[in-house]
Design a protein around this ligand. Structure first.
Ligand code: RBZ
Ligand code: NIO
Length: 351
C-alpha cells in the first residue's frame, strides 16, 4: 500500500499557472492587488487540476499516540494526558473541535498508538502499538511498525477524500512529541539540537537544557542515517508523526491540497517530502509556531506560512484558523466579476 501510494503521487500541474494568471487578471481589481490570495488560488489550481478549485468541506484528522521518551521528563505534562485528550476530542471539547466546527470540517480522531485503552465514541482505533519505546534506550519502533503507522495515515486520508473533503488538515496529540519532532528534524537536517528544541507544553529553562541533552544522547546512540527517512522515523518516532506523513502522502496521491499546521505537522511534512519529493507541491503552510525548530523546518521546505499568531498547541488548530483564507481565495476566483462582465474599464495590463 505504501509503495502504491508513493507511485501514485504525480507532480502538481504547473502548466495551469498561466491560465490561472489570466483569469485572475481579468477580475475587477488591479492585477496582483489581492497579493498572496492570488498565489494561493494559483497553487490550488495546479494541485487539484481544477480551474475553479474548491476547498470546502475541509477534512481534519487528528492522530494520537504516546512516546516512550516521555519517561525522561521532557514534557510539562504526564503521558496520561494523551488518552485523556482523545476522550476530550471525542466529546467535542478541545480547541480543534471548536475551530473545526467553525470551518464546517469533517473531523476524525485516530488512535494510532495511545498507551492505553481510549474511551470515546467515534475514535477510529488503528493502533500499531501502545506507544513507542524510549528512543534513548532502543529504537522507537521497528521499520515494519513505522510502515504500518504510515499506512494508517494513508487510509485516513482516503476516508476524508471518499467522504468528499476537498482539502486536508492534519493534527496530532501525543505528550512528548515536540521531543520526537526535534530529534527527527535534527537527524534529517544535521542542524544542532540546541537551535531546534523549544518549550513544547511549557517546560522551564532547566528542563529545556535537559530535553536538548536527551535528544543529543539519543542521536549518538541511535545513529539515524538522514538518507533513510523510514529508518529515521523508526528510530526516533513517533507513531502519530508517521501517520501524519502517511496522510500527506495519501492526500497528495489524490491531488488534495494540504494545509500544514505547526511544528510537529511541518516535521511530518518534511518526512513525507523525503519519502516522495513531489508531495511538496501539495503543501500550503498555515502558521509560524512558537517552537524555535519550526523556522528551521519551514526553511528546509522553502515554505512561507500565512499567519503568525504565537500559537504553540498543535492538534491542527493553526491550520483550521488559516483555512478561511483558502476559502476566500477560491471564492475570489469563482464569485468576482470580470472587467468585461461588470462593464468596468481595464487598466494597462488587464484586457
Ligand atoms: C492539555 C493539552 C492539550 C494539547 N493539545 C495539543 N498539545 C500539544 O502538546 C504536546 C507536545 O508538547 P510536549 O512535547 O511538551 O509534550 C502534544 O500533545 C501536542 O499536540 C497538548 C498538550 C496538552 C498538555
Ligand atoms: O507547533 C506545534 O505543532 C506545537 C507546539 C507546541 C506544542 N505542541 C505542538
Amino acid at each position: 500500500m505504501l509503495a502504491d501510494t508513493l507511485a501514485a503521487i504525480a507532480p502538481v500541474d504547473d502548466t495551469l499557472a498561466a491560465t490561472a494568471q489570466t483569469r485572475l487578471d481579468n477580475l475587477t481589481k488591479p492585477p496582483g492587488s489581492l497579493g498572496r490570495l492570488e498565489s494561493l488560488v494559483q497553487s490550488l489550481i495546479c494541485m487539484s487540476g481544477d480551474i475553479v478549485p474548491r476547498v470546502s468541506p475541509p477534512g481534519v484528522i487528528v492522530f494520537a499516540a504516546d512516546h516512550g521518551v516521555a519517561e525522561e521528563g521532557v514534557s510539562a505534562f504526564p503521558q496520561e494526558v494523551t488518552a485523556q485528550m482523545v476522550t476530550n476530542f471525542a466529546a467535542g471539547g478541545a480547541a480543534i473541535n471548536v475551530f473545526a466546527r467553525q470551518i464546517g470540517a469533517r473531523l476524525e480522531v485516530v488512535d494510532v498508538g495511545v498507551n492505553g485503552d481510549v474511551e470515546g465514541e467515534g475514535v477510529v482505533c488503528d493502533k500499531v502499538r501502545r506507544g513507542t519505546a524510549n528512543f534513548c534506550r532502543e529504537d522507537a519502533m521497528s521499520l515494519a511498525e513505522a510502515k504500518r503507522a504510515i499506512e494508517v495515515g494513508i487510509r485516513a486520508a482516503g476516508r476524508s477524500h471518499d467522504a468528499g473533503c476537498r482539502c486536508l488538515i492534519v493534527g496530532e496529540m501525543g505528550i512528548a512529541n515536540t521531543t520526537s519532532s526535534s530529534a527527527l528534524l535534527a537527524a534529517l537536517s544535521g542542524l544542532s539540537v540546541s537551535r531546534l528544541v523549544g518549550q513544547g507544553t511549557g517546560i522551564d529553562i532547566s528542563r529545556l537544557s535537559h530535553k536538548a541533552e536527551v535528544i543529543e544522547g539519543a542521536l549518538v546512540a541511535r545513529k539515524p542515517d538522514p538518507a533513510q527517512p523510514l529508518e529515521v522515523l523508526a528510530k526516533l518516532g513517533g507513531l502519530e508523526i508517521a501517520a501524519m506523513a502517511g496522510a500527506y502522502l495519501g492526500a497528495a496521491a489524490r491531488r488534495m491540497p494540504i494545509l500544514v499546521d505547526g511544528f510537529i505537522a511541518t516535521v511530518a511534512a518534511l518526512v513525507a517530502c523525503r519519502l516522495a519529493p513531489a508531495v511538496r507541491g501539495y503543501l500550503l503552510f498555515a502558521h509560524r509556531s512558537c517552537e524555535p525548530g519550526h523556522d528551521a523546518a519551514l526553511e528546509l521546505l522553502e515554505a512561507r506560512p500565512l499567519l503568525d499568531l504565537q500559537l504553540r498547541l498543535g492538534e491542527g488548530t493553526g491550520a483550521a484558523l488559516a483555512f478561511p483564507l483558502l476559502e476566500a481565495a477560491c471564492r475570489m476566483l469563482s464569485e468576482m466579476a470580470t472587467f468585461a462582465s461588470a462593464g468596468v474599464a481595464s487598466g494597462d495590463k488587464a484586457e
